[in-house]
Design a protein around this ligand. Structure first.
Ligand SMILES: Nc1ncnc2c1ncn2[C@@H]1O[C@H](COP(=O)(O)OS(=O)(=O)O)[C@@H](OP(=O)(O)O)[C@H]1O
Length: 300
């Protein structure tokens, strides 16, 4: 990707981050904290003017669950079908950017890929009305928290936390960008088996990427040969994506594609933090359909 709108937007957000202290990083909109460097209340107010199409591709996930991974997979699937490279005419996160973006997006050709970190009930109504398909990606909360912490503390221009313990406290309170992992999970839990919604797990993608790519292709109705699916899988491994990360994501790339592993949380969590998260998981998700789907016992 040349210096695209995508990278321009990220560079811009990083530039704003340089001058933003952690204590001023968030503003709250309808009860959820968002980073001032990426979101504005004007854009949230305009969000309901967004007109979804039935062939829009919506990729929903909490931050750090691998949205750039599935975005890449879906872009490659579109390329394989249409023979045209998917163009990011706009930064793909639906709720990020200026309030006029929804007007500009009317001109973009189908299929449009929209990623989002929004809770289910905060998505614009037209997504449901016009029956756009939504792929919802989850990752176990411990690795998600670890990835989130490293991102803040490794990227030089993004405000750092004083320590992992401090980040963990804020994460558990939901005082991080896009709010609480658990609130996000609760909001999606009842909708994972809805028509036009498909759940996918980061850890399953890690375990068998080929099978995951095939499922994603099937869900969006892309019919490709097994050979093509394998080629796309090979182009979507962590190593391949990390090697190209500077080219695809600019300076933040190597920090964003950090480790891509399952279980890295073990290097950070203390025993009491571990227990605290297990309790929170039980309280919020035990016995729910999502609680089962996350395979918490295996990964946490
Ligand atoms: N191909 C592939 N395979 C395995 N893991 C991958 C892959 N691509 C991205 N990742 C990992 O996803 C984490 C970043 O998540 P997001 O892309 O959702 O980040 S963001 O919220 O958009 O900033 C981040 O996780 P950590 O490495 O644990 O920090 C990325 O490395």
């Amino acid at each position: 990707m040349a210096k695209s709108k995508f990278i321009e937007y990220i560079d811009d957000a990083l530039e704003k981050s340089k001058e933003t202290a952690l204590s001023h990083l968030f503003f709250t909109y309808q009860g959820v904290p968002y980073p001032v460097t990426m979101c504005t209340s004007e854009t949230f107010q305009a969000l309901d003017t967004f007109e979804a199409r039935s062939d829009d591709i919506v990729l929903a996930s909490y931050p750090k669950c691998g949205s750039n991974w599935i975005l890449h997979i879906v872009s490659e699937l579109i390329f394989a079908i249409s023979k045209k490279k998917y163009e990011y005419s706009e930064f793909p996160v639906l709720e990020c950017g200026d309030a006029e973006k929804y007007q500009r997006m009317k001109q973009f050709p189908s299929p449009r890929i929209l990623t989002t970190h929004l809770h289910y009930d905060k998505l614009p109504a037209s997504i449901f009305k016009n029956k756009a398909k939504i792929l919802v990606l989850f990752r176990n909360p411990k690795d998600t928290a670890a990835s989130f912490f490293y991102f803040h503390n490794n990227v030089p221009d993004i405000p750092s936390y004083a320590s992992w313990d401090e980040f963990f406290r804020q994460f558990m309170k939901g005082q991080v960008s896009w709010g609480s992992y658990f609130d996000f999970a609760i909001s999606w839990n009842k909708h994972l088996d809805d028509e036009n919604v498909k759940f996918i797990l980061y850890e399953d993608l890690k375990e068998d990427l080929g099978a995951g790519v095939q499922q994603i292709a099937d869900f969006f109705g892309f019919s490709l040969t097994g050979e093509k699916i394998q080629t796309i899988s090979a182009q979507s491994t962590f190593q391949t994506m990390q090697e190209k990360s500077q080219e695809t994501h600019g300076t933040v790339g190597p920090f964003l594609f950090r480790k891509g592993e399952v279980g890295d949380w073990k290097n950070l969590f203390s025993e009491s933090q571990n227990q605290e998260m297990d309790e929170k998981f039980k309280e919020c998700l035990a016995g729910t359909s999502l609680g089962e789907k996350l395979k918490y016992k295996s990964y946490c």
